[in-house]
Design a binder for this molecule. Structure first.
Ligand SMILES: [Cu+2]
Ligand SMILES: [Zn+2]
Length: 176
């Protein structure tokens, strides 16, 4: 009798656990960022903001040059060192111009600058209301995925196509 009870419980609990697991993996993704030398410089955790759309991003970075840096989503799920050109231009499903302060903007992949401290570290939470982790054209998983890219300099928030942000110094592939 006891054995049968356990069996029944297991039969209910297992599908529930699998369902919960698939839910959490669909709503959240973890990305490893590497520098031009292929060395890991930290990670980003990206999750769907529901309801209301957009994503939240938690960055935990190290071994980067101190100062202000641009942060974007680029359109290809490719990060070939050392220049990361393979990541392509900014993720831009609406065909707009670059820059959060550009009247003809902005790319969905455009985001605020962030600061690396004197020890080369940055730990922050930021957000992007123009992308998601779903199935539509604004999904970071669309067309096989995208990339998160850090630049050598700050983004001026208005110069098309990339905000005069300089070299791409770290990159992480975003795929399902
Ligand atoms: Cu960029
Ligand atoms: Zn842009």
């Amino acid at each position: 009798m006891l054995a049968m009870k356990h069996k029944t419980l297991f039969a209910i609990a297992l599908p529930l656990a699998v369902f919960a697991l698939s839910l959490s993996s669909a709503a959240k993704t973890q990305v490893e960022l590497k520098d031009a030398q292929g060395k890991t410089v930290g990670r980003a955790i990206i999750w769907d903001h529901n309801p209301g759309g957009g994503v939240g991003i938690e960055l935990n970075l190290h071994d980067l040059p101190p100062g202000e840096h641009a942060l974007h989503f680029h359109q290809n799920a490719k990060c070939d060192p050392p220049d990361f050109k393979s990541a392509g231009p900014h993720f831009n499903p609406d065909g707009k111009k670059h820059g959060l302060e550009n009247p003809e903007g902005h790319h969905a992949g455009d985001m605020k600058n962030f600061t690396v401290d004197a020890d080369g570290k940055a730990k922050l939470r930021t957000a992007n209301k123009d992308v998601n982790l779903g199935d539509d054209s604004h999904s970071l998983f669309s067309n096989g995925g995208t990339a998160i890219v850090i630049h050598a300099k700050a983004d001026d928030m208005k110069t098309d196509p990339a905000g005069n942000a300089g070299d791409r110094i770290a990159c992480g592939v975003i795929t399902k």
